[in-house]
Design a protein around this ligand. Sequence first.
Ligand SMILES: Cc1cc2nc3c(=O)[nH]c(=O)nc-3n(C[C@H](O)[C@H](O)[C@H](O)COP(=O)(O)O)c2cc1C
Length: 194
Amino acid sequence: MSHEHGAHQFTVTDVLEQRWSPRAFARDEVLDQKRLGPAFEAARWSPSSGNSQPWTFVVGFRGDDIFQKIVGTMASGNHVWAQHAGAVVANVASVVDAEGNPQSHAVYDLGQAVAHFSIQATAEGLMVHQMSGFDAQTLGRDLDLDSSQRVVTLMVVGSLGDPADLPEKLQEREARPRERKPLSEIVVGSANYA
Ligand SMILES: Cc1cc2nc3c(=O)[nH]c(=O)nc-3n(C[C@H](O)[C@H](O)[C@H](O)COP(=O)(O)O)c2cc1C
């Protein structure tokens, strides 16, 4: 499926332009750790505050126990499409370090690692849809995380599927053009992109 991309004010590298967040994922696709390896490697080499690397990625493949646990905590509007993807990942931040001190940049660092993951995944022909619509506390319990860890977001990962498989309302959303604020609104100071 081709996707309507909003007008770019400047040209960006292909893989950034190709990234978007679909809901239709290939339902017959079987993913494994080898297929996701490059994307996790990209996340691994992401920068972090003091090289603290305060992230853990809990991955489940469709049909396994971890997948069921993660998908089972999703809000119904997410569950309806995400349950068909090849893989889901719980993005976990270590918000407290080994000495018991708060790691104030942990969530920032995790987000950046997820960005690296999603860009590498796109380069590998996979799509990533991040998600905050899930029950983080329940999932932390179900995954036996300790109190220093927080599930911040989920990622749904897989190849693009057929939008015709989605409920009608989501088919319309899937085709909606992507929009962004203009550069002039988000970059201020000594630059003027108006
Ligand atoms: C932290 C975060 C939470 C999100 N939560 C959800 C979600 O619960 N459900 C959903 O369908 N999309 C979710 N998204 C996807 C965003 O809606 C999407 O990234 C945004 O609309 C921009 O679209 P694009 O990724 O296609 O460029 C989330 C994205 C991020 C980064």
